[in-house]
Design a protein around this ligand. Sequence first.
Ligand code: ZN
Ligand code: ZN
Length: 298
Amino acid sequence: MPLMSPLTKIATGSIVVGLIVLAIKTVAWWMTGSIALLSDALESTVNVATAIAALIAIRVAARPADANHPYGHHKAELLSAILEGVMIIIAALLIIREAYFGLLAPRVLDAPLEGLLLNGAASVINAFWCWILISQGRKRRSPALVADGRHLLTDVISSVGVIFGVLIAIISGWAILDPIMALIVAINILWSGWNVMRESMSGLLDEAIPEAILERIRETIAREATGAIEAHDLRTRTAGRASFVEFHLIVPGEMTVNAAHDICDRIEIALKDILEDCVVTIHVEPECKAKQSGVLVL
Ligand code: ZN
Ligand code: ZN
C-alpha cells in the first residue's frame, strides 16, 4: 500500500485548510471583537471535525477484520463523529453565550475593516478548497467528496453574509446587528452538529438498512433462491460503510449440503451486487422449521 492514498491526501488537506482558516478567522475576531466573526471562525471547527472523521474512516474504519475485532473496525468512524458532534455543539453554545452578552451590551467594533479583509481572505482559501473537493470528487466519482465540497460552499456563502452583516453594522452604527448575525450562525452550527451526531448514533445502535434497499434485498433473495422453500428472520444492520445481512433459508430436508450451499452462494453473490461492502450470513433449515409469519415464500 502506498504511504498516502489520494483520499488520505484530500482528507489531510481538508484538516490543514480548516485549521489555517480557523486561525486566520480567529485573528480577525481578535482584531475586531466581533461576535459574528467569532462564530464564523468557529464554523470552521465543523469542517476540521468532519475531515478528521473522514481520515479516521479511511485509516482506521477501513482496516480489515482481525482476531481482536472479527466484525471489522467500521464503528471507529461513527464513534469519532459523535465525539466531534459534541465538540461542535459545545462551540455553538459558547457562541450563543457570547451573543447573549452582546445583545445585552452591544459594543462598537475595533479595526473593523482590517478584520473583515482578513476574514474575507480566509473565505477565499475556503472557496479554493471547495473547488478542489468538488472537482476531485467528480473526477474520482466520489459523492462523499462532492458533498464535502458543497457543505464547504455553504460556509463560504454564510461567511459572505456575515461580512455584509458586519459591514452594515459598521456603516449604520447598529452595533446590535453583530450579536444577531452571530446567533444566526450559531444556530446553523448547532444544527450541523446535531446532524453529525444523529446519523452516527443510528449507526452505533445497529439501525436496519433503509426500507427501499431492504425491498431490493427481499426481491434478490426471492429471485436467486430457486430450489429453496422459504426465507425468514431477515435481519440487517449497518456499521459505517459496511452492512450486515442475515436470514434463515428453508430447503427440502433431503437436499444435499452441496445443493443448499450452491443456493446460498448464488444469493450472496447477488446481494453483494446491491450492497458493496456487505457481509451475508445464511442459516439453512429443513422444512419442519418453516414459519407462518414474517416469511418470504420462494
Ligand atoms: Zn428459522
Ligand atoms: Zn460457503
